[in-house]
Design a protein around this ligand. Structure first.
Ligand SMILES: [Zn+2]
Length: 196
């Protein structure tokens, strides 16, 4: 790399050539180079690629090889590990805490019985289906996709308008952005740790 010659133009040129590589550089190498040559823009994409490694249908941090850990270094690997743990914790939390139901059907607004029926069906369906959607080790649904997954899910006695209002509210909640936020925070922290 041209860093040793202190020619910024050369650095920019090298970065853009490396970004054009096919197949692209391994994310572990990107993190190594990002740390050595202060390339902030490479950190987040590499963090995302490492966190979203798949094996047998599931997202697996163990799919990161020992060689990659050696290349990226223990600081970066620990950051990836912590972010992975945080994402898992959020998914468990969403699975355990019931997603809020907002009633919008006239029936539900006036009748306590109709409201109860709507609510029971919503809760029961979520309790039954959510573990399979969010905690299945062999398939991965990002929390960002939860609104579209719920919209295709059959809730036997939930009023259609209550369902769609609740899904709209879910779309606007932090639940759908939390995984991306955790990745961004991990990348920001790494950038700090890589130092000047
Ligand atoms: Zn309702």
């Amino acid at each position: 790399m041209s860093n040793r010659y202190i020619i910024p133009v050369g650095k920019e040129w090298s970065i853009s050539r490396l970004e054009e590589l096919h197949p692209p550089l391994d994310p572990a190498i990107c993190l190594n180079l990002a740390a050595r040559y202060h390339i902030q823009s490479w950190i987040l994409p590499a963090v995302c690629q490492l966190l979203d490694r798949f094996e047998n249908g599931g997202r697996r941090i163990r799919a990161i090889t020992d060689m990659e850990i050696g290349v990226m270094g223990i600081v970066a690997y620990s950051a990836i590990g912590r972010a992975d743990k945080a994402i898992r914790a959020e998914r468990y939390k969403v699975c355990r805490a019931q997603i809020a139901l907002y009633h919008d059907a006239p029936d539900c607004r006036v009748g306590l019985g109709a409201r109860r029926k709507c609510e029971d069906s919503w809760n029961l369906t979520l309790q039954t289906k959510m573990p399979g959607i969010l905690l299945n080790p062999d398939s991965y649904t990002p929390l960002a996709d939860l609104p579209s997954v719920l919209s295709t899910l059959y809730f036997p006695n939930v009023n259609v308008v209550c369902k769609s209002l609740s899904i709209e509210k879910l779309k606007a909640s932090h639940c759908v952005t939390i995984e991306e936020t955790i990745k961004q925070l991990a990348a920001d922290k790494l950038w700090e740790q890589f130092g000047p």
